[in-house]
Write a new protein. Structure first.
Ligand SMILES: *Cc1c(COP(=O)(O)O)cnc(C)c1O
Length: 400
């Protein structure tokens, strides 16, 4: 079949909700993707940050194969060996949050966190962050900032208040004796890799404690080493009461997880919440292997080292090309603001063999697998250099 026929099927039948890249991906390995015609790309999109351990990591593939031959489905009302082992491993990585609800996506992990906070505190209000992103189901959408996502679907949850991300004084005003929880990303992802001031999360944790509210940290994008530490909150010494995980947790198999303190999760009674697929053995086998790979290959440290190298390279580009407005990020969660829409750069990069991601109209985002090789980063920097030079020349021509 011709490439165009596949694109046509998707265009005609998949709900037209996504800004499509003109690439038909068929194979992946590490930080490389191949299209239908066999062309190789360095993948800095990483399936929106899902591909933490890279594409088709042999240990993940092996775990999935082995489990697929033993047992694919098993409801959480029945015990399962692989699920049990996975839970034990996962909670060892967050010892103060030993209770886990397993679901299938980031939004679901957030839904559980919101219900949990309301039930545990008996309060209704939630304080959320401007610029925050938590998913698009009704509960998660209600605490997501972008009005373009929210307004067409109102009415949403009642009692949500948004405060400027990073502004502790405004957070202090908003958190009251009616507040069930504060929800935040430790580093904002969708709004373009926004790092809060160093004392912000710790300060919010203290205010929450004072007011009897819970701190929910959404580590869906930042978790599992992405930012150079296993959990991004470790950079800020602000351990949450509830933590949401998803994206890379199961190596690309759908999974979400809501981790909570023992007495917090104890407020949900039998039947208060559930998920048919949650805790699925195939996903648990993959997730268990992901933990082995993340720890075994020292991926958080690797993300720090390669992230510093990548960011330095981007900063050098910034110093050479005035079309670059800003470069920032932590670990392998990086962003570059341009002075013009990024669309041509995205498409140009694709043509040259680099798959990049965007955040809004003028920001490039980089969420490569943590197993990316240095020479692959160098290749991406080289491609970007060529494209920035082209854009710079275009801009200077317009000026004269
Ligand atoms: C992607 C993301 C979500 C939503 O995850 P889905 O699996 O798309 O529902 C929630 N929170 C954060 C921080 C995310 O980056």
């Amino acid at each position: 079949m011709k490439k165009e026929a596949f694109l046509d099927y998707e265009d005609r039948h998949l709900a037209a909700l996504y800004e499509k890249m003109p690439i038909l991906a068929v194979k992946g390995k590490g930080a490389s993707l191949w299209d239908y015609e066999g062309k190789e790309y360095v993948d800095c999109m990483g399936a929106y940050g899902v591909a933490i351990v890279g594409h088709c990591h042999p240990k993940i593939v092996e775990a999935i194969k082995r489990q697929a031959e033993r047992l694919i489905t098993c409801h959480a009302s029945i015990y399962n060996d692989i699920r049990a082992e996975f839970l034990e491993k996962l909670t060892r990585l967050a010892p103060t949050l030993p209770r886990v609800f397993l679901s299938n996506s980031g939004a679901e992990a957030v839904e559980c966190a919101i219900k949990l906070a309301r039930k545990h505190t008996g309060r209704k209000d939630i304080v959320a962050m401007m610029g925050g992103y938590h998913g698009k189901t009704f509960g998660a959408l209600s605490v997501t900032w972008n009005p373009r996502y929210r307004e067409p679907f109102e009415p949403l949850l009642q009692g949500i208040r948004f405060v400027p991300y990073g502004n502790l004084d405004r957070a202090r005003e908003a958190i009251t004796s009616e507040t069930a929880a504060v929800i935040a990303e430790p580093i904002q992802g969708e709004s373009g890799v926004i790092i809060p001031p160093p004392e912000f999360l710790k300060g919010m944790k203290e205010i929450c404690k004072e007011k009897g509210a819970l701190l929910i940290l959404d580590e869906v994008q930042t978790g599992f080493g992405r930012t150079g530490r296993l959990w991004a909150w470790e950079h800020f010494e602000a351990e949450p009461d509830i933590m949401c995980l998803a994206k890379g947790i199961a190596g690309g198999i759908p999974m979400g997880a809501t981790l909570a303190r023992e007495e917090v999760m104890a407020s949900l009674a039998k039947g208060d919440h559930s998920s048919t697929f949650g805790g699925n053995p195939l996903a648990c086998a993959a997730a268990s292997a992901v933990i082995d790979v993340v720890l075994g290959e020292g991926l958080p440290r690797r993300a720090k080292e390669l992230g510093d190298f990548f960011r330095d390279g981007l900063k050098t580009l910034q110093s050479h090309y005035s079309v670059v407005r800003d470069v920032r990020g932590m670990g392998l969660m990086l962003a570059m603001d341009l002075r013009f829409p990024v669309k041509d750069v995205l498409l140009g990069a694709l043509e040259k063999g680099a798959l990049l991601l965007y955040s809004g109209r003028t920001t490039l985002r980089f969420l490569p697998p943590l197993v990316i090789e240095k020479h692959q980063i160098e290749k991406v920097l080289g491609i970007l250099e060529g494209l920035l030079q082209r854009e710079q020349e275009k801009m200077e021509k317009r000026k004269v």
